[in-house]
Design a protein around this ligand. Structure first.
Ligand code: SAM
Length: 234
């Protein structure tokens, strides 16, 4: 697999059993999940109910399950096989219908182009060698007029301080080494990648995280975490 950094995927393999520990290494993903879900519900045309969704880089299924609970038909894909095993087991325990696969986004896009109403790729682009190829795959997977939701981390001194020094070293919110500053993406870079992929960016917002309350809120400040809504032309 050319567009996969094994060391990155290994990080997520190593704590696979902790995906559903809300005080564990992916606690921040649990904390930001209600906000992400609400954003997707509000920005997608007609919400999630009845939508065919693919969640790229789904990990243990935190967002995939939340979308399935809202009535979406969800497929989650990730290259970390242990995370996928945990996701499958958890959905079964919850009696939720979610399909999971160990598969690269680019490969799925070859097989199932234009078959999805909505594509999500959250907190994953900053872990791959070629994020533009993932965004192209997202664009290929979604139907004309469909919705794509992306989130990642900005690249500037503040994001280095907050997301790496603060979150990993001072506050211990994330395991040390979770993030590689060089892979963070500026919103202008993401915008260009989405445009090249044939997507139109409809909305861009920052996600402010309060590490003491363990809560996130939307903000106009995109200097650290941010998320966006794109649509494919009809
Ligand atoms: C920070 S986690 C985010 C999980 C999930 N999207 C969420 O936000 O709850 C990043 C995920 O990206 C996955 N990943 C990294 N490189 C990947 C690749 N090339 N293809 C698919 N998944 C990948 C990791 O295995 C991990 O599960």
């Amino acid at each position: 697999m050319s567009n996969m950094d094994s060391a990155e995927v290994d990080k997520f393999q190593s704590f696979a059993s902790k995906w559903w520990d809300t005080d564990g290494p992916v606690r921040t993903l649990h904390d930001i999940n209600p906000l992400r879900l609400q954003y997707i519900q509000e920005h997608s045309s007609g919400g999630l109910r009845g939508k065919k969704v693919v969640d790229i880089g789904c990990g243990g299924g935190i967002l995939s399950e939340a979308m399935a609970r809202q009535g979406a038909e969800v497929l989650g894909i990730d290259m970390a096989s242990d995370a996928i095993a945990v996701a499958e087991q958890h959905a079964e325990q919850q009696a939720l219908q979610v399909r999971y696969r160990v598969q690269a986004a680019e490969e799925l896009a070859e097989q199932e182009a234009g078959q999805y109403d909505l594509v999500t790729c959250m907190e994953m682009l900053e872990h791959v060698p070629d994020p533009a190829a993932i965004i192209s795959a997202c664009a290929k997977l979604v139907k004309p007029g469909g919705d794509v939701f992306l989130s990642t981390l900005n690249r500037n001194p503040k994001s280095y301080l907050y997301a790496i020094v603060g979150a990993e070293y001072l506050l211990g919110l994330l395991p040390r080494g979770t993030h590689d500053y060089e892979k963070f993406l500026r919103p202008s870079e993401l915008l260009e990648m989405t445009r090249q992929a044939g997507l139109r960016m409809r909305d861009l917002h920052g996600m402010a995280y309060d590490p003491w309350r363990h809560q996130a809120r939307l903000t106009g400040d995109v200097s650290v975490n941010y998320l966006c809504h794109c649509q494919k032309g009809t």
